[in-house]
Design a protein around this ligand. Sequence first.
Ligand code: SAM
Length: 280
Amino acid sequence: MFSWKYYDPSFEYEKKFQDVFWPWAGHKRFAYDLIRNSKPQKIVELGTHKGTSFFSFCQAIKDLGTNTELNAVDTWTGDQHSGFYDDSVYYAVKDIQKSYFSKINIKLHRKKFDDTLTSFKDDSIDLLHIDGLHTYSAVKHDFDSWYKKVNKKGIILFHDTNVKTGDFGVYRLWQELKDNVKIEFYHSNGLGILFKDQEQAENMRSFQKHWQQYYASLYENNILKNRLIEKNKENNKISFQLNQKNKELERIHNSLLWKIIWATKNPKRLIQKKIFSSRN
Ligand SMILES: C[S@@+](CC[C@H](N)C(=O)[O-])C[C@H]1O[C@@H](n2cnc3c(N)ncnc32)[C@H](O)[C@@H]1O
């Protein structure tokens, strides 16, 4: 790097997984641009769940056309922050992989982070995303054990740097890291970007203010666009129901009108019919 190009991607997997309102969704455009611009050879994600972050990385690599190795590590059973879930989540991830990313170099490691460490050599990872359990001790443990696996020009992403409630503690670890090697987005729960290389960090930091506005605005825009789509869908549903009700009313009205006309034209038969039906 550095010149930075801005892209306007289409995330194909959204056809199967609509993740606009998921906590990570606000960082998809930045992550996509980061990968297109930095062209990593090896990516590792700790914590994939349904794949919002991972499939954004996959889309960037697919569009980039490199043979980058994309590793997703997760037990796919959940944790106390994301909730515990069943096997359907893992199978949905595999299904998206097969549908949209079958030709790129993806490895799904259904294991604990610690049990996967030995699969990666020191200094081998270009982009590491840490997004497992968000307590201070868990994220510190993940950071301490995986830091050496990232190469000297490598980048580490942390999600949830801006969540300060409950026992979330990513922000505490984030505060402990040196200011001159990191930048942060505050929207979408916060995304921290840590650079191992000082010069690269300085280049990126010069973009920080502009990026914070640009990527947050893109996200808010997308949220509003999707809220409007939801509202329109709801309005269409109500219009349809109203239409049906109007038709029903018209039918009732018409049959009532028909009865009145029939009764006024045949008063004797109406009385006979009533007497007859009351005897039975
Ligand atoms: C916050 S979610 C990941 C969110 C995801 N990056 C996204 O974009 O939506 C955390 C995931 O990490 C997994 N996880 C947490 N701790 C783990 C560990 N020690 N080993 C393996 N997986 C873990 C959970 O199963 C869960 O699916």
